[in-house]
Design a protein around this ligand. Structure first.
Ligand code: ADP
Length: 260
């Protein structure tokens, strides 16, 4: 068995006996590693050409072009930006997948984290939604600042993108038995019950065209899930079709410290 990766699961534990199931996952692990590295390499290689194309498109805006040509230029720029966002998300995701160690424990002021996310949300909404920061516990989260910021901002950005104009998004926090809950709640389109377990899968979208229209890469929630895994936290999704969605990040108590 040398060099093999064996997964061991306890399926029944009595007082005298334990039933263990072992499974050789070497091949599965190898192909997952290959997929992850391949995606990371391709994404990395796409970065330079994208930067070059974007640079030339910016230069071209100063050329003496007619309105039709300018329109085409704008369209090209938009698509290059989309591809750039996709490449960045793919790189972020493969970085998170590669790093199986628990996230760092830097103190992150929850007030700053949530108010910053709301500011980002207002920028994305361009004034079309009301974004409210409700109750914030006076605590620090112990985690990776960049990762936690991207997780909360992703949820707020989704809330904006899947809520019709005039809707309300409420960001809040509270304690329950499990730990600290950060809630991002919208009164938008909601998610059908059967789709809820699937939304954190890579590229899973309930409505492909809507997601694309609003500038999504299809990787946001997959990134959130990985970030939370590294923080021993979990994502709870409460949603009702046509009424709205409440995404809750639940952080264990040892990832939270009270500010005195
Ligand atoms: P995308 O870039 O497609 O938004 P995400 O991974 O962020 O990718 O989300 C996956 C899918 O989950 C979305 O395409 C959408 O169908 C659904 N979704 C995410 N957030 C919300 C929300 N707040 N309300 C309704 N649907 C949502």
């Amino acid at each position: 068995l040398e060099g093999r990766i064996i997964e061991i699961r306890v399926i029944s534990a009595g007082s005298k006996y334990r039933i263990l199931v072992t499974r050789d996952v070497t091949e599965q692990k190898r192909s997952e590693d290959f997929r992850r590295d391949f995606v990371a390499n391709v994404s990395h290689e796409l970065r330079t050409p994208l930067t070059v194309i974007k640079g030339f498109l910016e230069l071209a805006e100063d050329w003496p072009l007619n309105s039709q040509q300018l329109k085409h230029l704008d369209l090209m720029y938009e698509q290059v930006e989309r591809m750039g966002a996709l490449v960045n998300d793919l790189l972020t995701l493969s970085r998170l997948e590669r790093d199986s160690a628990p996230a760092a424990k830097e103190p992150i002021d929850l007030t700053v984290l949530l108010t910053d996310a709301a500011v980002d949300g207002r920028f994305i909404s361009q004034g079309h939604h009301s974004i409210v920061v409700d109750h914030i516990e006076k605590v620090n989260i112990l985690g990776d600042i960049i990762e936690m910021k991207s997780a909360v901002t992703n949820l707020v950005s989704n809330a904006v993108r899947y809520t019709p104009q005039g809707g309300t998004i409420v960001v809040s926090s509270f304690f329950n038995d499990e730990g600290l809950v950060i809630s991002v709640k919208d009164n938008g389109i909601g998610i059908a019950a059967e789709a809820i377990p699937r939304v954190t899968e890579r590229f899973y979208r309930v409505d492909k065209s809507r997601s694309r229209e609003t500038g999504g890469t299809g990787l946001g929630l997959a990134i959130v899930k990985h970030v939370l895994f590294r923080h021993q936290a979990r994502l709870k999704i409460l949603s009702e079709l046509g009424k709205g969605t409440d995404f809750q990040i639940i952080l264990p108590k040892d990832r939270v410290e009270k500010i005195v």
